[in-house]
Ligand binder design. Structure first.
Ligand code: 3PG
Length: 388
């Protein structure tokens, strides 16, 4: 997607769109700095090559200027990680920002205020995009987590600022979530979890075209069980997705994909802390009991199935498998953790560092895994430079 390393950067003003949308506590402290750390390699590369970095991000979903959504809490962490004093602008565009840009030394970073303080951002307003573009000589999109949004700072700006290239994080996300998934070392297993079939239809359909093994977990399995004629007691089932579940099972068969559902489940007699719980085979859920999680036999059989693989992608919470993936990563298996809940599960178990790739995107990684094009990527200078 264009090549950042080919650009002449000395003295150039570079508009970098990052996704610094991090969680903050009530005292405005960053509670998870993963996205800040992920943004550093591109910024570091730019400043070491003498560029003047104009750094932009959104934070949350503010309606107009809202102090609690200011990017100010990012400044100390960015400064610490970059080893330089990051300068902060109080606005996104306008004379004050222009003045700060004009006095920026080479190798420095100016952090603009939350770009969503302007409603024009989400509207992808061309005039606003033009103003963002006028601040710089070159555009770098490294905001993978926001690449599924066609906003002024992710899409519109590219119409007015060339070259427009991908940063290192965006490129790495594409290499794994598109490249490694479309052209995997085989056998390739996908693990998909989540409470609802409906939110994962696109991902399952798309992965069925590519993977050799599909392991399903999470609350959605009860809809699949019911579709297979099993009794599911009081488990949550999407009645209107039973046909779809049946057709996904049929499609797996037709494609020669080995689709595995958990063989045993943890069930409870009510949804409360003092509930009675037990482990039963998937075919023996009694009336009135509800399924909560996959059982130990399933964890063991999923784990031994995964032993045979060379590439694994995991989307959706299924904490019990995280350690197994870490172990496989150590043996040279490519392990890709696709966004959102699964990232939290991997971090909770403390095995994040050993995975081949952990996506920084939630919605963006889901859309990519569904096989959709992301507007923030399509808008860049060259077609996606990964094997599709
Ligand atoms: C995210 O956290 O998924 C991204 O930063 C995008 O945020 P949004 O859903 O508010 O556009």
């Amino acid at each position: 997607v264009g090549d950042l390393t080919a650009a002449d950067l000395e003295g150039k003003r570079v508009f970098v769109r990052a996704d610094l949308n991090v969680p903050l506590d009530d005292n405005q402290n960053i509670t998870d700095d993963t996205r800040v750390r992920a943004a550093i390699p591109t910024i570091q590369y730019l400043i070491s090559n003498g560029a003047k970095v104009i750094l932009s991000s959104h934070l949350g979903r503010p309606k107009g200027v809202t102090p609690k959504f200011s990017l100010a809490p990012l400044v100390p962490r960015l400064s610490e990680l970059l080893g330089i004093e990051v300068i902060k602008a109080d606005d996104v565009i306008g004379p004050e920002v222009e003045k700060l840009v004009s006095t920026l030394p080479n190798g420095s970073v100016l952090l603009l205020e939350n770009v969503r303080f302007y409603k024009e951002e989400e509207k992808n307003d061309p005039e606003f995009a033009k103003k963002l573009a006028s601040l710089a000589d070159l555009y770098v999109n490294d905001a993978f987590g926001t690449a599924h949004r066609a906003h002024a700072s992710t899409e519109g700006v590219t119409k007015f600022l060339k070259p427009s290239v991908a940063g290192f994080l965006l490129q790495k996300e594409l290499d794994y979530l598109v490249g490694a998934v479309s052209n995997p070392n085989r056998p390739f297993a996908a693990i998909v979890g989540g409470s609802k079939v409906s939110s994962k239809i696109g991902v399952i359909e798309s992965l069925l075209e590519k993977c050799d093994i599909l392991l399903l977990g999470g609350g959605m399995i009860f809809t699949f069980y019911k579709a297979q004629g099993l009794s599911v007691g009081a488990s949550l089932v999407e009645e209107d997705k039973l046909e779809l579940a049946t057709s996904l099972l049929a499609k797996a068969k037709e494609k020669g994909v080995s689709l595995l559902l958990p063989s045993d489940v943890v069930i409870a007699d009510k949804f409360a802390p003092d509930a009675n719980s037990k482990i039963v085979p998937a075919s023996e859920i009694p009336d009135g009991w509800m399924g909560l999680d996959i059982g130990p036999d399933s964890v063991a059989s999923f784990s031994s199935t995964l032993e045979t693989t060379k590439t694994v992608i995991w989307n959706g919470p299924m904490g019990a498998i995280a350690k197994k993936l870490a172990d496989l990563s150590g043996k040279g298996v490519t392990t890709i953790i696709g966004g959102g809940d699964s990232v939290a599960a991997v971090e909770k178990v403390g095995v994040a560092a050993v995975m081949s790739h952990i996506s920084t995107g939630g919605g963006a990684s889901l859309e990519l895994l569904e096989g959709k094009e992301l507007p923030g990527v399509v808008a860049l200078d060259e077609a996606v430079a990964v094997a599709v």
